[in-house]
Design a protein around this ligand. Structure first.
Ligand SMILES: *Cc1c(COP(=O)(O)O)cnc(C)c1O
Length: 352
């Protein structure tokens, strides 16, 4: 039988045993798509499309492991703080496991689709008057005193262990590690997980090299790019609206070891990249996911990216979850016309 989900696919690389119940929705094994028309032909650009995961973001890779291990340990409820995608993922995997999920979200800052997801999966949604960093502090405090409630944020080491499988998939698909891997950075767990995956494959002799990691933050929430914590993070890219990244130390170490860098991109750059991506490739990635694309486009234009290099951009989540952002792209519907006039409208397009 073929393996379903990242635990079955990469069991020997993960902290699981035959006693671990596998709670999966078939996450992972996402497409690595070559992107033409976004960068000049002297670069080779690949898109790791993580919006293809079961709940629409890479969070599922870590959640399958975190929830499976929590169930193995006898936990009855899963708790997380979230800017949205972790909440949707925790709620889905808890539902799959027959467990409770409680998600704590900042009051005004979560995309509508993500909240709707968590709601229909049956999670209890607690809205807090504060930002993500405050929500995370509250759930960490609570779960440290309640061992039967599992904390499934990326400070849970099983989350990062599951997420490193994305690096394995990139190498398995290309047959080697790319020169650069670019991704958005919020709480900084994912960039740390990718690095671990690349290092493990390299040490096992499955990849001759390791990529330089390029981490992109929003200009209004860029503690790693600037080196200073942000008390009031501001950006439309709600998935990376984080001022005090919990895995900041791991991410700094990963970027240093890989001889990579952190950068900040503006909301306007992200919006432009999100639109360009959709028109050039047919992929609607969420705004945070457009950050690394915006950044790579800028680095290629400025000449900082050497010609001939191979770049993988990780598109971390699906754009359909955030209709309010999609509407910023404009493009209102045309007025309706008579059935007779349809042929004329089509005729005009056919002549273009
Ligand atoms: C969670 C998330 C991020 C940020 O990942 P971190 O591990 O917190 O750095 C980026 N993009 C999307 C779509 C996310 O859901």
């Amino acid at each position: 039988m073929h393996a379903i989900g990242v635990i079955s696919s990469y069991a020997s690389w993960l902290p699981v045993s035959s006693a671990t119940p596998v709670i999966t929705l078939g996450e992972g094994n996402t497409p690595l798509l070559e992107a033409r028309g976004l960068l000049p032909p002297k670069f080779r650009l690949w898109l790791k499309w993580e919006g293809a995961n079961p709940t629409g973001s890479f969070k599922d890779r870590g959640m399958t492991l975190a929830v499976s291990k929590a169930c193995e340990a006898g936990a009855r409820a899963m708790v997380c703080a979230s800017t949205g995608n972790t909440a949707a993922s925790a709620a889905a995997y808890a539902a799959r496991a027959g467990a409770r999920a409680v998600v704590v979200v900042p009051q005004d800052a979560v995309a509508r689709g993500k909240l709707a997801q968590a709601r229909i999966y049956g999670a209890r949604i607690v809205r807090v008057r504060g930002n993500f960093d405050a929500a995370l502090a509250a759930v960490r405090q609570f779960t440290s005193q309640h061992p039967t409630v599992a904390l499934v944020n990326s400070v849970n080491p099983y989350r990062l262990a599951g997420q490193k499988t994305a690096a394995f998939e990139v190498v398995d698909a290309l047959g080697h590690a790319p020169d650069y891997l670019a991704l958005p950075v919020g709480n900084a767990g994912n960039i740390s997980a990718y690095w671990r995956g690349f290092v493990e494959y390299h040490e096992a002799g499955l990849a001759a090299t390791r990529p330089h990691l390029l981490g992109f933050q929003a200009a209004g929430a860029a503690p790693l790019a600037t080196g200073a914590a942000v008390d009031h993070p501001e950006t439309l890219a709600s998935a990376i609206r984080i001022g005090r990244p919990a895995s900041g130390h791991l991410a700094r170490q990963a970027v240093a070891e890989s001889e990579g860098a952190f950068y900040a991109v503006t909301d306007a750059e992200m919006l432009a990249a999100q639109g360009r991506l959709a028109r050039a490739t047919g992929i609607i990635a969420e705004l945070a996911s457009a950050a690394p694309l915006a950044g790579v486009l800028r680095l290629a234009e400025s000449g900082e990216l050497r010609p001939g290099t191979e770049v993988v951009v990780v598109l971390t989540g699906h754009g359909l979850k955030d209709p309010d952002v999609l509407e910023l792209h404009g493009g209102a519907d045309e007025d309706s016309i008579s059935v007779e006039a349809v042929a004329e409208a089509l005729e005009q397009e056919a002549r273009r």
